[in-house]
Design a protein around this ligand. Sequence first.
Ligand code: NAD
Length: 368
Amino acid sequence: MTTTYRIAVLPGDGIGAEVTPEAVRVLQTVGKAAGLGFEFESALIGGAAIDATGGPLPPATLALCKRADAILFGAVGGPKWDHLPQEQRAERGLLALRKDLDLYANLRPARCFPMLVDASPLKRSVVEGTDIMVIRELTGGLYFGEPRGVSREADGSARGVNTMVYTSREIERVARVGFDVARKRRRKLASVDKANVLVVSTLWREIVTQLGKEYPDVALEHVLVDNCAMALVHKPTQFDTIVTENTFGDILSDEAAILAGSMGMLPSASLNHAGAGGKTVGIYEPVHGTAPDIAGKGIANPIAAILSAAMLLRYSLDRPTDADRIERAVFQVLEQGHRTGDIAARGEKAIGTKAMGDLIVQAVEIQY
Ligand code: NAD
């Protein structure tokens, strides 16, 4: 009997609507070749949903996502909706969805493809061979801790407060993602904190160390966040998997991303991770936004979206071999010299979104 997976497809706005169909085509190709059934159902989110329904996350979209085995997401937002109040902005649709599904672990791979090394701002000798996975805690820490706010004092001055707070449960569940992901990679985990200053980091360190005893096959090290920021540009190849607090992860994952060259190459996943045998709920999406400067021109790079589909297979559907095949197909197409505008070197010919999608689909087909 064929297994059938339900995939919610939320292309969103701008180039989200152009790159997501290419990722769907790649999954359809995998489905046909590997004998998997996929049911794709699309829904509105972000600006497109505001225009059609008045809100960025319509109830029908949320219901679809809750029924789905995984969610393939494009990008949301754009100048058309920027004048709206914060709470009604297009980007709120994604934040509300992450909150509702309790997606507490954000996975951001940063890999420097050998044929694109020259697109990195770092020297070849530093960046070559970089292949890092940054796992950022996404629902707690400094961005959500209470108390928070700005108060006015009697003398007219003001006081602003944010709080970095973590429970042991929150630390343990994201650290477990760190160990499980490291196990699927090169079995090296760097837990990043600021334990020389912050007490919450001391707790973080204690819990991660304790959990490490369940993973004797994973080499665990503790790294201070300032050292990690330096090492990422000095010797990025020393890292394999990194797990860290929300704010630290926000900053470090962007720093790691720039090593890879273009935004158009970077996938991501936001997970509620079930561990062995359970169902891992996840949103899979490119790191980039809606790129209003190139939207509608058919020139966006679909590789970030396509690599997000590979992550969907790896983390929600537990199909690592199919994920490997997609990644290999992308690698081969790049190796053959095909480039979209964002990754083309000066004087190199650039192809469009669909043409790149076609080439990757063909390269996936020959993997089977
Ligand atoms: P952006 O990622 O959309 O674009 C930054 C630059 O990178 C632009 O020059 C763009 O042309 C280029 N770029 C990005 N993706 C590309 C691709 N696949 N191929 C080729 N070039 C690519 O970031 P921005 O301009 O800061 O934001 C634009 C809009 O997107 C804003 O409304 C922002 O709020 C939204 N946004 C949404 C998400 C999301 O939905 N997750 C993430 C980031 C930004």
